[in-house]
Structure formats: structure tokens, C-alpha cells
Design a protein around this ligand. Structure first.
Ligand code: FES
Ligand code: FES
Length: 155
């Protein structure tokens, strides 16, 4: 049975009526109208669905809407704007990282939380932070270049 939820997403409240057990990913895409978080595996195995909940990356495909409570959700659309992009968004463009682009949401949202908390990370620390994310197009080398570039911008 549907319930009313007031989701705080990218600084705005969205009132939606959904099944409490529905994955947050579906609510964001279908009820809030944000399509940056992608459905990849639906099993917390790829990261394509990643958003921040109170600043921490979560896999929205396995997070029920009822678990969000009053938490603040940030999606890729709220990370930066075309006029004022996040350093990672700038770096991804400058390094021409995306191929199909399907996975990129997860890599950027995961790296954004990591670089916010870790200045001047080593390559090993970056690799560890991004462990478990998947890209079927093989953009991993470009991703590493972009994250290092963004780390320099944020350092
Ligand atoms: S779709 Fe959520 S981790 Fe793959
Ligand atoms: S760019 Fe295509 S899956 Fe990563």
C-alpha cells in the first residue's frame, strides 16, 4: 500500500506516494524525475545507482524509500551546474572519460564523497575508494586520470 514520503532531493522537497519497500532508485527516476542514477544490476554490485544520503554514497537500488527518513539526498544533478560544475565533472570532460556514460554517475558520486573527505589521496587510496564500481566500456584509466585531476583542483 502506498504511503506519503517527503524526500529532500538536491535541496528541494518532493512529496511522493509510493510503496515503502520500493527502491529509492525507482522513486528518484519515476516519481522525482531524476535520471542520473541508473539501474545497472539492482543488486548493489555495480554502483550505477549511487546517490548521497546525508553525504554518504549509498546504492539506491537496494535502499527502500522508507529507509531515507528525513535524510538529505544528493544526486549527480545536484552536484554541480553547467555554469559551476563540480571539479570531478570538469575533470571528466577535460579527460574525455565517458564512452556510453551509463556507469559514470556511480564513479562521480562515489569519488565526490571520497575527495570531499580526503585531500591529496594516493593512487592506492583512490583505487580502494572506487573498488566495486563497474564500467563495461573499460574507461578505468580515464577515470583514474580524472579523479587525480579533480583531486589536484580540490587540494
Ligand atoms: S544498480 Fe545499484 S549497484 Fe548496480
Ligand atoms: S562508460 Fe559505458 S559502462 Fe562505463
Amino acid at each position: 500500500m502506498s504511503q506519503r514520503f517527503s524526500l529532500s532531493v538536491n535541496g528541494r522537497i518532493h512529496n511522493i506516494d509510493v510503496d515503502p519497500d520500493m527502491p529509492l532508485l525507482y522513486a528518484l527516476r519515476n516519481d522525482v524525475g531524476l535520471n542520473n542514477p541508473h539501474f545497472g544490476c539492482g543488486l548493489a554490485q555495480c554502483g550505477a545507482c549511487t546517490v548521497h544520503l546525508d553525504g554518504q554514497p549509498i546504492r539506491s537500488c537496494i535502499t527502500p524509500v522508507s529507509a531515507v527518513g528525513n535524510g538529505r539526498i544528493l544526486t549527480l544533478a545536484g552536484l554541480g551546474t553547467p555554469d559551476k560544475p563540480h571539479p570531478l565533472q570538469t575533470a571528466y570532460v577535460e579527460e574525455q572519460v565517458p564512452q556510453c556514460g551509463y556507469c559514470i554517475n556511480g564513479w562521480i558520486m562515489t569519488a565526490a564523497a571520497f575527495l570531499r573527505d580526503k585531500k591529496k589521496p594516493t593512487e592506492a587510496e583512490i583505487r580502494s575508494a572506487l573498488e566495486g564500481l563497474k564500467c563495461r566500456c573499460g574507461t578505468h584509466m580515464g577515470i583514474m586520470r580524472a579523479v587525480k585531476r579533480a583531486a589536484e583542483m580540490m587540494g
